[in-house]
Write a protein that binds this ligand. Structure first.
Ligand code: C2O
Ligand code: CU
Length: 493
């Protein structure tokens, strides 16, 4: 099947194709919620923390009684969490002991181009003797065995994450386990008295399917590097039937009757979620959003439900003192059905508690002024019968540049989509100005780096690239769309 053969399988807005697991699914709410390990620096220098991560195959216990071989950062899925401070540099040395090349991208990072994880800047495995067929194309070039990625963290506190970004194979590599949290804290956040430490919980939500042998099942088209990584019928996205939170199927978390901060990340390849607490607390509004992709909001926003597309982050506070001790609260997915309608649950333990209200004002970051935009650009995200997923009619080709924004200026970008496309822009966050010439949506508040474009929609965003000249990416974060070339280079200069 070629592109057209794949295309006819799509209905408008169809979210992807379900790949059923080949082993019996476990019952929900049996496994305690794991918290990914926090990575300790191997050393410090003035202003810089040094980290080391070995990418390797590890056997994980995900489904009770089943072993799952996975591609991991440091032996766990999610990988270890890097906890950083705004203004303090981190240098992360990655060593690749996996069977294939990799690329590390810090999603949401304000990162120099040579460390941004350009899809051709491969980190070859330690054992890879070849090289003639590989070429680095970006500023980061090609490395063998190990390489350093430098993150200056000249950015606000925010929930970032890191994941693989290799050209054409990102969907496969992330599905195999290459994803982790990278949190940035700052003083503005410190001063607010938000829930912290063991009441500040990252939640990475993914869907996966499992083969009969316990391995992660993925319809990979071809094992050769540089080939598009998914079989054509799955070109609108691979959906699994098992929901994992922090790598555990439908886990359960005991909570005290007080406030918790949850950093929700949808790290799924293609699945969108509508997350809701069931039951809602009396009066509703159980998910109080305090932050989005790019850090804290100006003030909290109470939601009954949250739509979360791939790569988006929502920082929420849930106040369990609004529930009676002994209550079991499910976090459900209203866009799912059957096994994918459940996500995880919280069991409120006694004694009954009381919580201080959240501050009404959170972060005071200035808004971008679209009236000062020096350029307006349009990007069409669409399916082309001749070459599949494309931006402005072109499938991705490394080195082909779609835009050259000037550093230090504000631009307005019009993003137009045919189906659902979670569009992500590297380097700097943006603000949503409008959707279909109307006000932004309920989930668009704050600084975003990924916008959930709906079918047949035109959104406008304001974006300002401040510093770091070089080659960056704009792409759909449905990872199968990305691998099937819905991506473009832009160069800041
Ligand atoms: Cu999270 Cu370019 O990706
Ligand atoms: Cu897409």
């Amino acid at each position: 099947t070629g592109w057209i053969g794949g295309a006819h399988l799509l209905g408008p807005g169809l979210p992807g194709l379900l790949l059923p697991s080949r082993l019996p699914l476990p019952r929900p709410y049996q496994v305690p919620l794991p918290i990914p390990p926090v990575l300790d620096p191997v050393r410090h220098e003035a202003g810089t923390d040094f980290y080391e991560i070995t990418q390797r195959v590890a056997e994980l216990d995900i489904i009770p009684g089943v072993r799952t071989p996975a591609w991991t950062y440091g032996g766990s899925f999610p990988g270890p969490t890097i906890v950083a401070r705004s203004g303090r540099r981190a240098v992360v040395r990655h060593r690749n002991e996996l069977p294939e090349p990799t690329v590390v991208h810090l999603h949401g990072g304000h990162t120099p181009a040579d460390s941004d994880g350009y899809p051709m800047d491969l980190l070859l495995p330690t054992g890879d003797a070849g090289g003639a067929s590989h070429a680095g194309h970006g500023a980061g070039g090609l490395a063998r065995g190990s390489r350093e990625y430098t993150y200056p963290h000249e950015q606000r506190g925010a929930t970032l994450w890191y994941h693989d970004h290799r050209h054409g194979v990102t969907g496969y590599a992330v599905w195999q386990g290459l994803a982790g949290f990278h949190l940035v804290h700052d003083e503005e956040e410190d001063a607010l008295g938000l829930p912290a430490d063991d009441h500040d919980i990252p939640l990475m939500i993914v869907d996966r399917s499992f083969g009969a042998d316990g391995s992660f099942l993925y319809p990979r088209a071809d094992a050769r590097p540089h080939s598009h990584g998914v079989a054509a019928p799955y070109m609108n996205g691979v959906l699994g039937d098992v929901i994992l939170v922090n790598g555990a199927p439908w886990p359960v978390m005991p909570v005290e009757a007080t406030r918790y901060r949850f950093r929700l990340l949808n790290a799924s390849n293609a699945r969108r979620y509508r997350l809701e607490l069931d039951p809602q607390p009396p009066g509703g509004g159980g998910l109080v959003q305090i932050g989005s992709d790019g850090g804290l909001l100006p003030g909290p926003i109470a939601h009954d439900a949250l739509d979360v597309s791939p790569a988006e982050r929502f920082d929420v506070v849930v106040d369990f003192s609004r529930y009676r001790p002994g209550t079991r609260i499910r976090l459900v997915n209203r866009l799912g059905s059957g096994s994918t309608a459940d996500v995880m649950c919280f069991d409120v333990t006694g004694p009954a508690g009381e919580s201080r209200p959240l501050p009404e004002r959170l972060a005071q970051g200035p808004a971008l002024d679209p009236g000062r935009a020096v350029a307006t650009r349009t990007f069409h995200f669409q399916l082309r019968p001749d070459h599949g997923w494309s931006i402005n009619g072109r499938p991705y080709e490394p080195g082909q540049v779609l835009a050259r924004p000037r550093l230090g200026t504000t631009e307005v970008w019009r993003l137009i989509s045919d189906f659902h496309h979670p569009v992500h822009i590297h380097l700097d966050p943006f603000q949503v100005l409008s959707r279909d010439n109307r006000a932004p949506g309920r989930f668009d508040a704050g600084w975003k780096d990924t916008i959930d474009l709906h079918p047949s929609q035109a959104a406008e965003i304001a974006v300002r690239f401040t510093d770091h000249p070089g080659t960056y990416m704009i792409h759909c974060h449905n990872l199968e769309h990305e691998d099937m070339a819905m991506m473009a280079d832009f160069i800041t200069e």
